[in-house]
Design a binder for this molecule. Structure first.
Ligand code: GLP
Length: 237
C-alpha cells in the first residue's frame, strides 16, 4: 500500500483529484467506482473545477457507486443519488446514463444487486475505485463479518453505523436500517484503489486496517492484499 500523508482535507482533496485525473486522462472509456460521505467532498469539488476549466472531461467515463440506502427516494437529500448529483454529476460533463447508483427503492432488491454486478462486469474492469472508511472499519456498507469474496448485496446496518451516519439526518430514527452495497470481492476486483481517510477519530481503526491482522472483523484490512492501493490520509500512522 502506498501511503501519502497530507496536512489537511484541502490537500487530501487535491491529491486525490490528481490521481483520478491521471486515471481518466489516458483512457478512452474510464470506469470509476465512486464513494460518498464527507471525505470525498473536496475531491469532487476539485474534479468539478478541473472539468469546468477544460482540464479533464468525463464525456466517456462510466461510474458505479459503492452503495445506497434502502428506502430513500432518489430526491431525498440523504440519498447517495442526491449526494452524487449535488457534489459531482451535475457539475461535470458526464452522460447521466453512464452513471450507476444502486436503486434502494427497487421492488426486488436482490435482483437489483445482481443486475448491478452484471453491469460492472459488462463495463470491464474498474480502473479506479474510490473508497472511504467507516468508523467500524467498513468499506462501502460492508460491515464487520462480511465475507471477503462477497458480491453486491443487501445489508443490515450496524447500530454503530446508524449512529455515525445519523449526523446527516434529523434524528437517528430517520437513518435507514438497510442498504445495498458492492461486495468486498467486487471492490477488490478494481485495478487500483484510492483509499481516502481523514480525521483523528479514525486513527485507531486506520492503524488496525493498515498494520493489523487481515480479518473479516475489520473489512478494510482486506486492502492489505490488494496489489495497487494508494492511501491518502491526514492521520499519522
Ligand atoms: C458511509 C458510507 C461509506 C463511507 C463512510 C465514511 O457509511 N457508506 O462508503 O466511506 O460513510 O464516511 P465519511 O467520509 O463521512 O466519514
Amino acid at each position: 500500500m502506498e501511503i501519502i500523508k497530507v496536512k489537511d482535507s484541502d490537500e487530501l482533496g487535491r491529491k486525490a483529484a490528481e490521481i483520478v485525473i491521471e486515471t481518466i486522462k489516458g483512457k478512452e472509456n474510464p470506469v470509476l467506482g465512486l464513494a460518498t460521505g464527507s471525505t470525498p467532498e473536496k475531491l469532487y469539488a476539485n474534479l468539478v473545477e478541473k472539468c469546468n476549466t477544460g482540464e479533464i472531461t468525463f464525456k466517456n467515463a462510466v461510474t458505479f457507486n459503492l452503495d445506497e440506502y434502502v428506502g430513500l427516494t432518489i430526491d431525498d437529500p440523504q440519498s447517495y443519488h442526491y449526494y452524487m448529483d449535488k457534489h459531482l454529476f451535475d457539475g461535470i460533463d458526464i452522460q447521466k446514463e453512464n452513471t450507476h447508483v444502486l436503486d434502494g427503492e427497487a421492488e426486488d432488491l436482490q435482483k437489483e444487486c445482481d443486475s448491478f454486478e452484471q453491469l460492472i462486469k459488462d463495463a470491464g474492469e474498474m480502473d479506479l475505485q474510490i473508497l472511504g472508511l467507516g468508523l467500524n472499519g467498513h468499506i462501502g456498507f460492508n460491515e464487520p463479518g462480511t465475507a471477503f469474496d462477497s458480491r453486491t448485496h443487501i445489508v443490515e446496518l450496524e447500530q454503530s453505523t446508524i449512529e455515525a451516519n445519523s449526523r446527516f439526518f434529523e434524528s437517528k430514527e430517520d437513518v435507514p436500517t438497510k442498504a445495498l452495497t458492492m461486495g468486498i470481492g467486487t471492490i477488490m476486483d478494481a485495478k487500483k484503489i484510492l483509499f481516502i481517510v481523514q480525521g483523528e477519530q479514525k486513527a485507531d481503526i486506520l492503524k488496525a486496517v493498515v498494520h493489523g491482522e487481515v480479518t473479516e472483523d475489520v473489512p478494510a484490512s482486506v486492502l492489505q492484499q490488494h496489489p495497487n492501493v494508494v492511501l491518502i490520509t491526514d492521520i499519522d500512522i
